[in-house]
Design a protein around this ligand. Structure first.
Ligand SMILES: Cc1cc2nc3c(=O)[nH]c(=O)nc-3n(C[C@H](O)[C@H](O)[C@H](O)COP(=O)(O)OP(=O)(O)OC[C@H]3O[C@@H](n4cnc5c(N)ncnc54)[C@H](O)[C@@H]3O)c2cc1C
Length: 423
């Protein structure tokens, strides 16, 4: 699966080293398939712990979701802690929240330690696009402070929200000063460099074509050879196709598209505080300003279009719904990628065959979680399995309908939710 369009991130990430394809047969302790955040993070931490790791990616590192996303780190898991609490109880919800807080701290610390400039900007605003969601947002700020001891989220009334976003289209919001947003491709490039420096053997343009067990080992076959290992990590997420059927049954790819506008200018009223924004739509709109003052605006839909002009037109229409004054704005870059979602919007981390862990399905919340899951996988290889276990224990059922029916069923479901967003 190829991600469509040329991203603003590719245009601004600076020098992007190329890594050689793997040719022939090799052996190692751990083989990793997929060079996004999950796989590259696992490779660095394994190599730093002295484990011989080989990583392959079918494309360039970051050409999946990791180098092309909205860059929003968020807080907690994809679902709010109060939602998880209703299902899992306070203790497990709390543990998942703490894990995500650690993931957030880890990302920033990792970038700093490895001298990766990720263009971090602080702040996140989550905004109610309908009056009916305002009560939930207000309660969320209280619950976060009182039950989860997280003091950085504050509710904003409608006027304050309008001033913070530069639009009066929203009815209220919460502002989170304890998180922020990043340039994701710079993190990918820096993580790959760190992995190589630590001794991992990393390869681009090397698709895995099969994975199987043989004589007590795991064998990943490529077009021109194979990798034989004791253990494996499948970090292919939404891009895995049919490589491994259990992962494919649980992680569904959904197209998501982003447009970058020309710089808006110093006097623009759009998000004066520089926060990242997401909203209460099920088909969420997510946007933020880049360091050079562009609006990076994303919406998540299954468009049939993949040509840049078609994408740009769709995105401009969505921008105009939020910022009517930008209905004619120039879109300089438009691109897309595939988000790996699961049915309950929780990460999918599972042993899919003996010795093979599959990790993905962060459901649009993977910027910090995928990086940390890679680290937790490495930890599980070198001895501590407890923290990965927290994710492995999450109940994630397969999508109904098998590989034939699930796409049409999801298409219908998303259209229904998109309709509900509008009423
Ligand atoms: C447009 C968009 C916007 C998003 N916005 C946000 C956001 O703002 N905040 C947030 O938290 N999350 C966001 N996400 C989600 C986030 O990007 C992902 O959760 C995260 O990047 C997942 O990383 P990963 O390493 O698991 O997968 P990926 O980065 O997708 O990596 C998978 C890799 O596997 C490789 N691969 C697949 N099959 C094979 C094979 N057979 N052999 C070898 N290699 C293979 C692919 O080439 C790819 O590089 C967004 C995603 C998209 C697409």
């Amino acid at each position: 699966m190829i991600s469509p369009g040329h991203s603003w991130y590719e245009a601004t990430a600076g020098k992007r080293p190329q890594y050689p394809a793997l040719d022939g047969d090799t052996r190692c302790d751990v083989v990793i398939v997929g060079g996004g955040f999950t796989g590259l993070s696992a490779a660095v931490h394994l190599a730093k712990a002295g484990v011989d790791a080989v990583l392959i990616d079918a494309n360039r590192f970051g050409d999946g979701a990791s180098g092309r996303n909205g860059g929003q780190m968020g807080t907690g898991q994809r679902a709010w802690p109060e939602e998880l609490e209703a299902e899992l109880g306070f203790e497990r919800s709390r543990a998942l929240f703490d894990l995500a807080e650690e993931a957030k701290a880890h990302l920033l610390e990792f970038a700093e330690t490895n001298k990766i400039e990720i263009d971090y900007q602080a702040g996140q605003i989550s905004a109610a696009h309908k009056q009916r969601y305002v009560r939930d947002y207000r309660a969320h700020a209280d619950i976060m402070a009182e039950r989860y001891g997280y003091p950085h989220i504050r509710f904003m009334e409608r006027d304050e929200t309008a001033a913070a976003l530069g639009t009066d289209r929203y009815f209220g919001a919460v502002r989170d000063t304890g998180t922020g947003h990043i340039h994701p491709l710079k993190l990918v490039i820096g993580t790959a460099k760190a992995a190589k420096k630590a001794g991992a053997r990393i390869h681009e343009m090397t698709p895995a074509v099969a994975i199987r067990r043989a004589s007590g080992k795991i064998v990943v076959e490529t077009a021109t050879g194979s990798i034989t290992a004791d253990r494996a990590l499948l970090a292919t997420n939404a891009y895995g196709g049919g490589l491994e059927p259990v992962s494919a049954a649980h992680i569904m790819p959904i197209g998501s598209f982003i447009g970058a506008t020309a710089p808006l200018g110093k006097d623009s009223p759009v998000i004066p505080g520089g926060e990242a924004v997401d909203d209460s739509r099920f088909v969420v709109r997510y946007f933020r300003k880049s360091k050079d003052g562009r609006l990076l605006f994303g919406g998540r839909e299954i468009y049939a279009v993949t040509d840049p002009k078609g994408m740009a037109d769709q995105i401009r229409r969505q921008i105009a719904e939020v910022y009517p004054g930008l209905s004619d704005v120039e879109i300089t870059h438009a691109w897309g990628g595939y988000v790996g979602i699961t049915l309950p919007r929780k990460p999918f981390v599972r042993e899919v065959m003996p010795g093979v862990i599959s990790a993905g399905g962060y459901s649009g919340h993977g910027v910090m979680l995928s990086n940390f899951t890679g680290k937790l996988f490495a930890e599980s290889v070198t001895g501590n399995r407890d923290r990965l276990k927290l994710l492995r224990e999450l109940k994630v059922p397969a999508f109904p309908g098998g590989s034939w029916l699930r796409q049409p069923l999801l298409f219908l479901a998303l259209n229904w939710y998109a309709l509900r967003d509008r009423i």
